[in-house]
Design a protein around this ligand. Structure first.
Ligand code: ZN
Length: 57
């Protein structure tokens, strides 16, 4: 998939399951832009970390 940020690189998609949430990371090989998605909504990496941290409680 073509990167939405630089439109030069292609993105690699990695799917994770964090605390029952479908989290997807799209990472660009060219500009290294990382786009996180949780349950179909784009989220900031801090929100993903919050999900991951919540698991340890
Ligand atoms: Zn890019």
């Amino acid at each position: 998939m073509l990167c939405e940020n630089c439109r030069l690189g292609t993105t690699v998609e990695i799917s994770l399951n964090i605390g029952g949430h479908n989290v997807t990371l799209r990472s660009c090989s060219h500009c290294e832009k990382r786009i996180w998605n949780a349950d179909g909504d784009s989220v900031e990496v801090s929100e993903v970390l919050t999900l991951a941290t919540a698991l340890r409680r």
